[in-house]
Design a protein around this ligand. Structure first.
Ligand code: GAP
Length: 493
């Protein structure tokens, strides 16, 4: 799968645009267009429904992005949320020190009278045998020694730009949950284990953003902090370790349920030197992105680190009272943390297919129907016939009360189908002459429409009065197309 294909489709069909494009774009910031915003909302909606609303042990939260600056001192972000970076003294470009050796490098080779080559990452020049010592991008400047660079965006709270008013745009949503732990506990009277979930924006001044929406400076996270009593055991294992395994499997299953191929997913266990300062164990779910296996989400066992830190810095007790053991406990935390944008990119990549249909190329996004940005497209077979157009508009208006439905009459039917396939629309509903009849010929309409399913391209003829029920079975009831289609006559395309 080529990322350029998705970037181009994304722009052409209104999924993703470069931010501030008319001004030349803003580095690594992207805007979701009409279809992208629907896809993003659908991902967040099903995640929230599956992991919060349907579970008895979960509640939600929406904390503010700007928080007390001490939050970031307590969490360790002020001191530890850094990447080592180096600068080119010539072109002034900045790189992560730990990534320069993994980049192809520009080389002016003296053995070939200074000809310019781009040498693959980690390799020596085949002409002179030199290895990279200079800037990989310009090939001329020396690099500075590594310096630690904090990834948090600093800003000022209030009208005065002074040190006392410095605060940060949150680099993760997690801390909003930790600082509200006691509020939620008091308000909901929860018993361990229970979890708090949050979806929201996070900001990181990444040194090397890139790969489209994979690594950006502004992104959205879907995070859960699942609080467990570390003194409990389940099947002879510490409860936090058992809960960690359960969450890893639940997250992996969630991604495959909504369409990612199992063979495109892999688990990665963090080695000791990879573990964050707060983590006892972390497992990433990797996805096979076009640039290689890369992190889709992480599931960490953060122990009691954050609650203890916030208790220390705030002077407030952040414990849960264990009635059975008559003791205060600082819960351990299992944290499944996923990026909305990375999930969206993975769902887009996995849904993309190029197929050959009647000797023509068909591009189709085979989205899970719950994720599809548009569920139904109402298409008139003949734009010239006023009754067909009017019936089509009326149908769209009616269906749009329940599902995202569009109307399109700007091309012939074959091309309209292809356009809807290319954006992953689940079902097309076609209104034709037989639907409305032909008064000039004295023919009455049959009040039936054709439903076409995206993946199989099969079509059935359905009475309009049954249409809402059929679509509800398919879109809300999760019925398989074959089970519904067998109740109606086939229509030929
Ligand atoms: N609270 C834990 C935490 O933030 P993380 O591994 O730094 O952990 C979690 O981030 C997830 O957030 C990642 O797996 C990824 O999906 C997403 N994410 C992190 N940085 C990102 C960035 N710069 N651009 C897009 N998504 C990002």
């Amino acid at each position: 799968m080529n990322m350029d294909v998705i970037v181009s489709l994304g722009k052409r069909r209104g999924f993703i645009f470069q931010s501030s494009e008319i001004y030349g774009g803003t580095g690594s910031c992207w805007d979701y267009g009409p279809l992208g915003v629907e896809l993003s909302h659908n991902i967040k909606r099903v995640w929230w429904r599956d992991f919060v609303q349907r579970r008895a042990d979960m509640v939600g939260l929406d904390a503010s992005i700007l928080m007390h600056p001490t939050v970031w001192k307590a969490s360790g972000h002020v001191d530890n949320f850094t990447d080592p970076m180096v600068d080119c003294r010539e072109c002034k470009r900045r790189f992560r020190a730990d990534q320069v050796d993994a980049m192809p490098w520009v080389h002016y080779c003296e053995a070939t009278r200074g000809n310019k080559f781009v040498v693959p990452a980690g390799e020596a020049c085949t002409h002179c045998g030199a290895r990279r010592t200079l800037c990989p991008e310009c090939g001329k400047g020396t690099l500075t020694a590594p310096r630690q660079f904090n990834l948090m965006f600093k800003t000022f709270m209030g009208p005065v730009e002074e040190d006392a008013s410095v605060t940060y745009l949150r680099p993760e949503t997690a801390q909003g949950i930790f600082v509200n732990f006691d509020n939620v506990l008091q308000a909901t009277r929860r018993k361990l284990p229970f979890g708090i979930a949050q979806i929201g924006k996070a900001f990181r001044n990444e040194i090397t953003p890139g790969n489209f929406i994979f690594r950006t400076r502004e992104f959205e996270q879907m995070e859960i902090e699942y609080f467990v009593n570390p003194h409990d055991t389940i099947d002879g294992r510490p409860a936090d370790e058992q809960a960690h395994d359960v969450w890893i499997e639940a997250c992996r299953a969630w991604f495959t349920r909504y369409g990612l191929s199992p063979e495109h997913l892999r688990l990665h266990e963090h080695a000791g030197d990879e573990l964050a300062h707060y983590a006892k164990r972390t497992v990433d779910i990797l996805y096979h992105f076009p640039m290689g296996w890369s992190e889709l989400m992480g599931i960490a066992n953060r122990t009691d680190f954050d609650l203890k830190q916030h208790a220390k810095f705030s002077g407030k007790s952040l414990t849960w009272f264990d009635e059975e053991r008559k003791e205060h406990v600082v819960p351990y935390v299992i944290e499944p943390s996923a990026g909305v944008d990375r999930a969206l990119l993975a769902f887009l990549l996995d849904a993309y297919r190029e197929e050959e249909v009647r000797n023509e190329k068909r591009v189709v996004l085979r989205f899970h129907h719950e994720l599809a940005p548009v569920k139904i497209a109402v298409l008139p077979l003949l734009k010239k016939r006023g009754e067909i157009v009017a019936r089509g508009h009326a149908l769209r208006d009616r269906l749009a009360r329940r599902w995202v439905t569009v109307y399109d009459d700007t091309a012939a039917i074959g091309r309209l189908y292809r356009r809807q396939d290319e954006v992953g629309t689940s079902y097309c509903v076609t209104v034709d002459v037989k639907t409305v009849g032909d008064p000039e010929k004295g023919e009455a309409g049959d009040d039936k429409v054709t439903i076409r399913e995206r993946d199989s391209m099969e079509q059935i003829r359905v009475p309009i009065e049954a249409l809402d029920g059929v679509l509800a079975r398919l879109l809300d009831g999760g019925a398989a197309w074959g089970d519904v289609a067998r109740d109606f006559p086939r229509a030929e395309g």
